[in-house]
Design a protein around this ligand. Structure first.
Ligand code: PLP
Length: 399
């Protein structure tokens, strides 16, 4: 047989998937595994949202919609963006996608030609890297230090720009660090983007899961220029516990970008799932209490997890300001050579204690693992206790 496409063949199997496969195998063998892996709310989708989906089926709302989404959902997205972030978009400036992941993919494909560079502040959500590669673009990874709260500085951004730089992908709040950019920080990055005429893809999928005293600042809300050069990515997956419904959206004041995104959608996904669109409309326009309660629960769980983690020697972390992850620096534990790397550590932790974590080299953070705290508090405490036992036993073995 002839060779497969080189670009797709080069896609690596993620180490998170290796952990996930082993986790499933151990569960099958009867092990009580605590998973800090999956990045999704453990809450059920709110009942009223599910009922809206059921009503859509009963109405026979089961045909294609516009490739870029049903007008009713676009209107709901516009209303929610205005209500939640002061972001003003017309329906024509919004495209509904199959999850926020596809919104990122469509935005990158709309902007990036082979050889174009896309700036990725690290740590980053692993899919950005591969999406840029699928477009034959060059991910330009910039390491953002913990000393700067894991955030990109304007100076770093400016130094990374070349004549081939097309775009910057910002993730705010960030997966896996939980870092959140302030309005002032965004303004100073926006100034560099303006100087070098860069597009911005601002993935704000965790914007409702925010634990800062200040309200969330959407990059596109800064000024007219940012409204135009930014594609805002958001969706219902994380805020409304709707990961399986697969509804996200992209929005931009730039009509050319949105035309390209819509054309791409028309030839790839066709249209988003109709039933899920009806449910998403209900989520965005309906009672927001469930969303608020989930955020409060995540905040409590964050505190439970971070307090418990402080009892483990040899690990470091910063308290996340958004999303539902803690990025754990385990480099001190890797120093003595007992573990080959963070992936080896994660797999051995899983085998020994039944605790699953995500090794983060694929997230641009070698020497780190990610712990998701979207599970109940007793399981979080039990999982962290097991992690402590594992770390302590390794330390003792070397004493
Ligand atoms: N963006 C980030 C930063 C994420 O962490 C995720 C999922 O983990 C997504 C996008 C994907 O969202 P969706 O499930 O809506 O495609």
């Amino acid at each position: 047989m002839k060779e497969l496409a080189s670009i797709v063949s080069a896609l690596p199997v993620s180490t998170a998937l290796t952990v996930d496969l082993r986790l499933k195998a151990l569960k099958k063998l009867g092990m009580d595994v605590i998973s800090f892996c999956v990045g999704e709310p453990d809450f059920p989708t709110p009942a009223t949202v599910c009922e809206a989906g059921i009503r859509a089926i009963e109405r026979g709302d089961t045909k294609y919609t516009n490739a870029s989404g049903a007008p009713a959902l676009k209107a709901a997205v516009a209303a929610a963006m205005l209500r939640d972030y002061g972001l003003s978009y017309t329906s024509g400036e919004i495209a509904v996608t199959t999850g926020a992941k596809y919104a990122v993919y469509a935005a990158v494909r709309a902007m990036v030609d082979p050889g174009d560079e896309v700036i990725l502040p690290a740590p980053y959500w692993t899919s950005y890297y591969h999406i840029v590669r699928l477009a034959q673009g060059e991910p330009k990874v910039i390491r953002c230090g913990v000393e700067n709260g894991w955030k990109l500085t304007p100076d770093q951004l400016e130094k990374a720009v070349t004549p081939r730089t097309k775009a910057l992908i910002l993730n705010n709040p960030n997966n896996p660090t939980g870092a959140v950019y302030t309005r002032e920080e965004l303004m100073s990055l926006a100034a560099v983007c303006r100087t070098y005429d860069l597009y911005v893809i601002s993935d704000e999928i965790y914007s409702r899961l925010l634990y800062t005293p200040e309200p969330f600042c959407a990059a596109a809300s800064l000024d007219a220029d940012m409204h135009n050069r930014t594609v805002t990515v958001n969706g219902v997956s994380k805020a409304y516990a709707m990961t399986g419904w697969r509804i996200g959206f992209a929005a931009s004041g730039n009509a050319d970008v949105m035309r390209a995104v819509s054309a791409l959608l028309s030839h790839t996904t066709g249209s988003p799932n109709t039933i899920a669109q009806a449910a998403a409309e209900n989520a965005l326009l309906g009672d927001q209490d469930a969303c608020g309660r989930m955020r409060e629960a995540f905040l409590r769980r964050r505190d439970v997890m971070t307090q418990a983690l402080t009892g483990i020697s040899g690990v470091r972390f910063t308290v996340p300001q958004g999303a539902f992850y803690v990025l754990l620096d385990i480099r001190a534990l890797l120093e003595d050579g007992e573990y080959a790397d963070e992936a080896d550590f994660a797999l051995r932790l899983l085998e020994a204690e039944g605790v699953a974590t995500v090794p983060c080299a694929d997230f641009g953070a070698p020497g780190h693992i990610r712990l998701c705290y979207a599970l109940d508090e007793t399981r979080i405490l039990e999982g962290v206790q097991r992690l402590k036992r594992f770390v302590d036993s390794g330390v003792k073995a070397h004493a």
